[in-house]
Write a protein that binds this ligand. Structure first.
Ligand code: NAI
Length: 329
């Protein structure tokens, strides 16, 4: 198939190119983000390959349809960036990569927790300046802490196992309980009880109209004072302005995020020469107990290989009219 590949980065080409010859698809790589303005680049391609911050709203989808696109192959797990109803109405099929390496994201969530809890980000900078003082670097043990996991799908389950390995008590909320996790010692409870009891909360549910801003002014009232909040899922799960308020009064003791509500026009670009216009992320970066990474939780060699392989298999299945195991409905 002819595939227009949007939001291309060097690591995408490095993972897809070596596999392309085994699959026989033709890729055109575009650095541009896919949106209503760039959709015209898809002209002459039967499929587009899109990533998390591409913008597949009604207008973009209509333009893709006009250019002859039949398939949207998402090279990610989340699909909140696509107007699925409209894609369905237009007869455009959407496939994704549901689980390329849950451990990659789960391990990144734990990396954020360990960095915040042991202040290694500060120690790194200090030591490089020959400052070997350990004043102010007192951390906390994870062993024995209560961790609340919201969403125990592929990534949440991998995260629960890591947390159990650290000797944490693991609480979870998910509309669908995972029996295997229960056997390992994970205790399911309501989301409100989880918020009240957890000392560390890690978000692993998808962004949907139901989960948007699930961490907000009201739910933050429930959390323990000084609680650590980790979000490697989607930025809009948390209402940033309420989180900033909670950080200012110490209600949230630590915040680790790999995703940000307004990341769409910010992340995946080098903006080091620009004046930062986003007031909320600028404020977040002033807190000593906030750690932000730019949506890199998925970025491991193992995950990139799996993303490329599954995406190419999805293209094959579509081309050969095989059942689409990774179709998003
Ligand atoms: P998954 O589909 O395997 O699991 C999601 C789980 O969330 C399911 O068990 C589902 O029942 C649960 N859930 C749905 N609504 C919920 C609610 N209201 N409260 C609690 N749980 C709820 O998805 P997976 O692979 O575990 O990924 C989770 C999310 O992680 C994705 O939707 C995506 O947004 C994010 N992600 C982030 C990446 C990054 O690089 N930062 C990379 C990959 C995924």
């Amino acid at each position: 198939m002819n595939v227009a590949f949007f939001s291309t980065k060097s690591y995408d080409k490095a993972s897809f190119d070596p596999l392309l010859s085994n699959f026989g698809h033709e890729f055109t790589y575009f650095e541009a983000k896919l949106d209503r303005y760039s959709a015209i680049l898809a002209k002459g391609h039967e499929a587009v390959c899109a990533f998390v911050n591409d913008h597949l709203d009604k207008v973009t989808l209509k333009k893709l349809k006009e250019e002859g696109v039949k398939l949207i192959a998402l090279r990610c797990a989340g699909y909140n960036q696509v107007d699925l109803q409209e894609a369905d109405r237009l007869g455009i099929t959407v496939v994704r990569v549901p689980a390329y390496s849950p451990e990659a994201v789960a391990e990144h969530a734990m990396a954020l927790i360990l960095t915040l809890s042991r202040k290694t980000h500060k120690a790194y900078n200090r030591v490089r300046e020959n400052n070997f003082s350990i004043e102010g670097l007192t951390g906390m043990n994870l062993h024995g802490k209560t961790i609340g996991v919201i969403g125990t799908g592929a990534i949440g389950a991998a995260f629960c196992k890591i947390a159990l390995g650290f000797g944490c008590k693991v609480l979870a909320f998910d509309p669908f309980e995972n029996q295997k996790l229960k056997e390992l010692g994970v205790a399911y409870l309501s989301v409100d009880d989880l918020l009240k009891k957890a000392e560390i909360i890690s978000m692993h549910c998808p962004l949907t109209p139901d989960t948007k801003h699930m961490i907000n002014k009201d739910s933050l009232q429930l959390i323990k004072d000084g609680c650590m909040l980790i979000n490697t899922s989607r930025g809009a799960l948390i209402e940033t302005k309420s989180v900033i308020r909670a950080l200012k009064i110490g209600k949230i003791g630590y915040l680790g995020i790999d995703v940000y509500e307004q990341e769409e026009n910010l992340f995946f670009q080098n903006r080091s020469e620009e004046i930062l216009q986003d007031e909320q992320i600028a404020r977040l970066m002033t807190f000593p107990n906030v750690l932000i990474t730019g949506h890199q939780a998925f970025l491991t060699h193992e995950a990139l290989y799996q993303i490329a392989k599954t995406t190419l298999e999805n293209l094959n299945d579509f081309e050969q009219s095989h059942p689409l195991k990774n179709e998003v409905n």
